[in-house]
Design a protein around this ligand. Sequence first.
Ligand code: SAM
Ligand code: SF4
Length: 357
Amino acid sequence: MSVPTTLQPFPTPPSPADGALPAADLVDHYGRRIRYLRLSVTDRCDFRCTYCMAEDMTFLPRGDILSLEECLRVVRAFVALGVDKVRLTGGEPLVRRDILWLIERASSLPGVRELVLTTNGSQLGKLAQQVRDAGVRRINVSIDSLRPERFRAITRTGSLDKVLAGIDAAIAAGFERIKLNTVMLRGVNDDEFEDLVDFAIGRGIDISFIEEMPLGDTDHARIDTFMTQDEVLPRLQARYGLTATSENSGGPARYWRVPGQATRVGFISPHSHNFCDSCNRVRVTATGDLYPCLGQNDMLPLLPVLRDTAAGLAAEDADTALLDAIRRSMGIKPHGHDFDMRKPTPAVVRFMSMTGG
Ligand code: SAM
Ligand code: SF4
């Protein structure tokens, strides 16, 4: 692939005077400052988790997907506008060819405080050390079951052994923090939450439990499996004596500590403990669509700005056009999601794998 050797920085935002926000910073209509970009680098995945995808998925043609150079341009533009945390996600980010090229460059951009990654773990056995060396300090690994057959049923194609080997490879690679992500699914994995916490404690890593969201038409009856934090937290508190902590990682999870252990137990609870008021994030899909909210359909396509507009402009003007488009997206950031698990068809038809988790 062609690798640009000299990347000119985007214009630096002016420094704040008297504590005011720099003019270039991204602040939406509700006064929320955007510091966190989640970038989906592919809609493809080697798993087909029942709550995330349909069994039969049609993936996007490769020409519709941002090139890695375009991904880097997007990251640089957001960083110029005050974003300092970037999560690469998907689909499965580690099945994207040459992803290490992007990780290396994005993690070393001045202004990027943290480049993090969410993965299903299937490729970590071979890639964990390279991902760490390329500059990822913290990593999230999704795992919904520790039972091989159940794991296979949830992921439809995944191998638990491979993911467990991937988690061990990540531990050996020396990530500063590793967090497991588990979607709470009644009647599917709700008898394993303690096993999963014990697994995390045994390895000195964190774990977050996620409330399922109605994203995409997945031929899986979400209302039957839906569980909330309010049901699971008391159960785990009784077992582990969890203590609340105000620690956070700049994302939506709220954490509890397991006394005497390194492990923190988190919950991501968009239904029962809505966190929209403090949302600091936007998402860009693999096709360059900028979604200011995971749970709404408002979006601003960046691909035309990256490709068509840029084609007719000098590099500097193309940069300005991209920055302007991103700034404009603040005008369409909704106040919050309207997730309703009772509706037979979800209001948001995009699969989670499309927008990026
Ligand atoms: N493939 C990677 C993985 O599985 O970690 C990254 C992308 S995946 C979409 C990111 C996270 O979203 C995973 O932890 C997954 O369990 C979660 N997820 C997917 N669909 C979801 C849904 N409908 N509700 C809640 N979480 C979901
Ligand atoms: Fe793939 Fe992650 Fe979605 Fe599972 S949750 S199908 S691993 S993108």
